[in-house]
Design a protein. Structure first.
Length: 308
């Protein structure tokens, strides 16, 4: 019975490792799930993309190689130890190492993002001053700063596909996921409703405001580096302790049984949850959004449908 139980556990862990790695690689390579405001895959993809985008440039641009290395490491550890959960935890440890080293994300990531938004708004204002319609600018502008190319590319695709501008702008707010993004969406939607002549000036004013926020955030982030350094040291120490325990035959003996593997899954889940909690503690909490999120809009539509 132990043999069949172990075989089933190994197959399950192998399937989970393969599924997770394939999903992450697909997300990073630009795979897009069905476009739905309430689709959980859409939210997972956005969170994964944003987490990777917060890493420093070296890690961000080479993260696919880290994932490939984690897959190889997981298979090797599995083969050497004969236990699938050991391999799964080794793969997860390597895949999560960049996020442990930078527990609150790169302190420059959000600043760079704000600066990119300000530059993008300046570009829109400059082109709009020539009289070109906003929707046409958003569909054809090809000089968008790198941190915003995904969001603006999705917006251009939605507008080009015929989606009403007011809904495309709301989905842009979901992609940006910030209060500043909501301010931009409100500006775009107000222009769609009124078609007033002052859009270029409003865009320039919004760009100046975002630039000031980027400068202020840079000063705040400088003060939070100590908290991030402490979180990094604690996380690395915890990873080192776990590695020593699993690598030592005497310490890892209790986990070298089918029941021990199940217990190791539980302990590994709790350990990952604690690291995620520590990472969240080191992050700067964003300002609350001012527009309903995709989930809130979907819940409101469901409630209206049930009421009718």
């Amino acid at each position: 019975m132990d043999s069949s139980y172990l075989s089933g556990l190994g197959a399950l862990c192998g399937a989970l490792v393969a599924l997770c790695l394939v999903a992450v690689v697909a997300v990073l390579r630009g795979w897009q799930p069905a476009a739905s405001a309430s689709n959980p895959l859409t939210r997972v993809r956005a969170r994964a993309r944003r987490a990777v985008a917060e890493l420093p440039e070296g890690w961000r641009s080479n993260y696919r190689f880290v994932l490939a290395g984690s897959a190889v490491l997981g298979v090797l550890v599995w083969a050497l130890t004969g236990w699938p959960v050991h391999g799964m935890l080794a793969a997860l440890a390597l895949a999560g190492l960049p996020f442990v080293l930078y527990p609150g994300g790169s302190e420059q990531a959000e600043v760079a993002r704000l600066e990119a938004i300000a530059e993008w708004l300046h570009q829109l204002a400059s082109v709009r001053a020539g009289g070109k319609p906003l929707e046409e600018i958003l569909k054809t502008l090809d000089t968008v700063p790198a941190p915003l190319r995904y969001e603006t590319g999705m917006l251009a695709s939605r507008l080009s596909s015929g989606m009403p501008a007011r809904w495309a702008y709301l989905m842009l707010g979901d992609d940006l996921g910030s209060r500043i993004g909501d301010d931009i969406v409100r500006l775009f939607r107000d222009h769609t409703a009124s078609r007033g002549p002052g859009l270029a000036a409003a865009l320039s004013a919004q760009a100046a405001l975002v630039s000031r926020q980027a400068s202020d955030l840079h000063d705040i982030e400088a003060e939070r580096r100590k908290a991030r350094s402490e979180a990094r040291r604690v996380s690395l120490f915890a990873l080192a302790v776990v590695t020593v325990i699993l690598a030592s035959p005497s310490y890892s003996a209790p986990f070298a049984t089918p029941l021990g593997q199940v217990g190791l899954i539980v302990l590994g889940t709790l350990f990952v949850a604690s690291l995620l909690w520590l990472r969240r503690m080191a992050r700067l909490e964003p300002e609350p959004r001012t527009l309903p999120t995709a989930r809130e809009r979907a819940a409101e539509q469901t409630a209206r449908g049930a009421a009718s």
